[in-house]
Design a protein around this ligand. Structure first.
Ligand code: TTP
Ligand code: MG
Length: 420
């Protein structure tokens, strides 16, 4: 019997959906925001520090302008080390904003994080993104996926992406890098590929060629630690990773090895799902052939009920309605549901009710079964996170101080999290 979180529940489609995904990531975002209110900082080395106080050397680098990165200043670096690499400009000595004497040693501007201001800028960017796409998934303050399938076509995707970039630049005054691709992971890598001010389009059919020459670090989810371990196995490029023996990768990295292998091949079946609380949570699973044996149906429904209840718990969701789906040949979709007097979080009850509902189909051949909870409430106000693996492993490996979207790795979660 498959375990509840099993990534290989039968019936999950391996083909990527036919979609055009645009990934937008702002260039040196906090620094770009600072430059909006202090235009004199444009073109200058600029470091934005978290926990940093003007004149002090405490805190960590949140971001650095590309000019400051040339001196080796990086995100997450201690401010004290950044100051070693790029001393602070003595702004008092040089006037209100500091004018630099070209004969001086290199020096840069340092500013403390002002998150409220950056959020307001991010809000302006978001409004444009929502204007440019029907489905927008925001993954961090400066990063989002857009499903633009209905807004453009591959032959004009480049122009469409340019239009999005130009609107952000003209209307908000910050610069975005954009990647366009048929999958989320390829779009993410594409937006990063030609930063800053990048625009990279990877058309369907080009994904594997696009990934092949990239170094393994560029594969999303590979941080410095994993990259070192991969190099020990002789795997330097995404192409090496894509053609490695998946069994060896699983031996070395567990199920994550399989994920990395898939990502390096550009395999990604996720769709762009909107940010926000889902209306329902469901899992479904197909049988290779239509099944009549009631016990086999029950076994599958039990596993799905547990998976759905666990997912609801992990999102802090209460549900008031429990439902099942049974697909009978050829493709008749039957749904049954029962509503409760009040919202609950009770995995046993999900199983009991789902089994009762599915028993109506005991005598029918069934190709696919599903379990769903709906009428959701999120009493803690906790925002739901749809499954995905953005940022999970990089954050752990690099110890980034930044808040990341943390989710349970689940390759099939997205594709099977469908409303029915
Ligand atoms: P990123 O998009 O990772 O970085 P960036 O926008 O500064 O630079 P890039 O041009 O490479 O995209 O993160 C967005 C913002 O999140 C960044 O401006 C500051 C913040 N952040 C931190 O506070 N700590 C970190 O370690 C990182 C990576 C980012
Ligand atoms: Mg960015």
């Amino acid at each position: 019997m498959p375990s509840p979180g099993d990534a290989t529940l039968p019936g999950v489609d391996d083909e990527p959906p036919d979609q055009i995904v645009l990934h937008v990531d702002m260039d040196c975002f906090y620094a770009a925001c600072e430059r909006l209110r202090e235009p004199e900082l444009r073109g200058e080395p600029l470091v934005v520090g978290m926990g940093y106080e003007p004149g002090d050397d405490i805190g960590a680098v949140a971001t650095a302008s590309y000019e400051a990165r040339e001196y080796g200043v990086e995100s997450a670096m201690a401010i004290s080390e950044a100051l070693d690499r790029l001393p602070r400009l003595d702004e008092d000595a040089d006037g209100p904003t500091g004018s630099r004497d070209t004969t001086d040693e290199p020096a840069g501007y340092y500013r403390p994080v002002d998150l409220d201001f950056y959020q307001s800028v991010a809000e302006d960017v978001r409004a444009i993104l929502h204007d440019c796409a029907d489905t927008v998934r925001e993954v961090s303050i400066d990063e989002a996926y857009l499903d633009v399938t209905d807004r453009t076509g591959w032959e004009v995707a480049d122009g469409f992406a340019r239009h999005v970039k130009q609107r952000i630049e003209r209307e908000v005054g910050v610069v975005a890098s954009v990647g366009v691709a048929p999958t989320l992971s390829a779009a993410k890598v594409a937006s990063d590929h030609d930063k800053p001010d990048g625009l990279v389009v990877v058309e369907p059919g080009e994904v594997a060629d696009f990934f092949a020459p990239l170094s393994v670090e560029e594969v999303h989810g590979v941080g410095p630690v994993t990259a070192r371990k991969l190099r020990e196995l002789g795997i330097e490029t995404a192409g090496d990773l894509a053609t490695a023996d998946p069994h060896e990768l699983v031996d070395r990295f567990g199920e994550r090895g399989r994920e990395l292998y898939d990502r390096a091949r550009g395999a990604d079946t996720r769709e762009v799902t909107p940010t926000g609380d889902p209306k329902s949570l469901s899992r479904e699973s197909a049988f290779a052939d239509a099944v009549e044996d009631p016990e086999r149906k029950r076994e599958q429904v039990r596993a799905l009920a547990e998976a759905v209840a666990t997912r609801a718990q992990s999102k802090g969701a209460l549900y008031r309605t429990i439902g099942v789906k049974a697909v009978t040949p050829p493709y008749d979709v039957n749904t049954r549901e029962r509503s409760l007097p009040g919202p609950i979080d009770d995995p046993d009850l999900v199983e009991t009710i789902a089994l009762e509902l599915i028993s109506e189909f005991d005598d029918d051949p069934v190709r696919k079964v599903g379990v769903r909870v709906s009428n959701l409430e999120f009493p803690t106000g906790e925002q739901a996170r749809l499954s995905g693996w953005d940022g999970e492993t990089d954050g752990q490996e690099t110890g980034e101080p930044r808040q990341q979207e943390r989710t349970t790795p689940s390759r099939s979660g997205q594709s099977s999290l469908t409303d029915f």
